[in-house]
Design a binder for this molecule. Structure first.
Ligand SMILES: Nc1ncnc2c1ncn2[C@@H]1O[C@H](COP(=O)(O)OP(=O)(O)O)[C@@H](O)[C@H]1O
Ligand SMILES: O=P(O)(O)OC[C@H]1O[C@H](OP(=O)(O)OP(=O)(O)O)[C@H](O)[C@@H]1O
Length: 183
């Protein structure tokens, strides 16, 4: 039986990477797989279990069909490796740190994908992004503006989606994600 594709979305800084990292051990123990993103940012600034490549390398990988999904956001290119199709065929659940902007296209390719939407109050979000220290204050504001643009879309989102608030402790968000996946 095919596995489920869990497409995790939410504003920059809402905790997508943190959630996947914190849940990694328990998820893999249950046979789930977490996609490793390919991103055109430097390895130092990747700050996660992602593969950093140059724009030229990304383009070559894209042309060779290396990606199941790929998109552009925040001035960067993001790719989800093709191996997820094999994992899904083998019956593994697959979790992807996805893009809100790419959701419609992702659904075309994976009509059964399940959306998990992380949310965090905007002021908490600003503080977390600044504290993360990866972007400049201007880049943080651009991410917050991008978030605002998606806010209305989220309200009319897929009724089957799981809405996860991550304004509280990360461990609680992890527990709610695992409970949802195992129910
Ligand atoms: N529940 C939480 N409580 C406090 N800080 C959090 C929580 N979740 C994430 N963070 C912090 O917020 C920042 C942004 O999280 P990150 O996982 O990088 O978000 P995203 O992948 O969605 O951009 C990181 O510094 C992270 O440590
Ligand atoms: O369309 P959006 O929902 O805004 O998403 C744009 C991109 O931002 C996130 O990546 P990344 O983790 O690189 O960025 P972030 O850490 O700044 O959120 C997410 O995984 C997308 O790849």
């Amino acid at each position: 039986m095919a596995g489920r594709l869990i497409y995790l979305i939410g504003p920059s800084g809402s905790g997508k990477d943190s959630l996947l990292d914190a849940a990694r051990e328990q998820l893999t123990a249950k046979g789930a797989c977490i996609a490793r993103r390919v991103i055109t940012r430097s390895a130092e600034a990747t700050g996660e279990a992602a593969m950093a490549v140059s724009a030229a390398q990304f383009e070559q990988m894209r042309e060779e069909g290396a990606f199941a999904l790929h998109w552009q956001a925040n001035g960067l290119q993001y790719g989800i490796p093709r191996i997820i199709d094999q994992w899904l065929e083998q019956g593994h659940d697959v979790l992807v740190n996805g893009s809100r902007g790419h959701l419609a296209q992702a659904r075309l390719r994976y009509p059964q994908l399940q959306v998990v939407l992380l949310s965090v109050a905007q002021d908490v979000l600003r503080q977390r992004l600044l504290a993360r220290g990866r972007e400049t204050p201007e880049e943080v504001e651009a991410r917050l503006a991008r978030n605002a643009r998606f806010a209305s879309e989220a309200r009319e989102a897929d009724p089957r989606l799981l809405l996860l608030d991550n304004s509280g402790p990360l461990a609680e968000t992890v527990a709610r994600l695992l409970a949802h996946l195992h129910q």
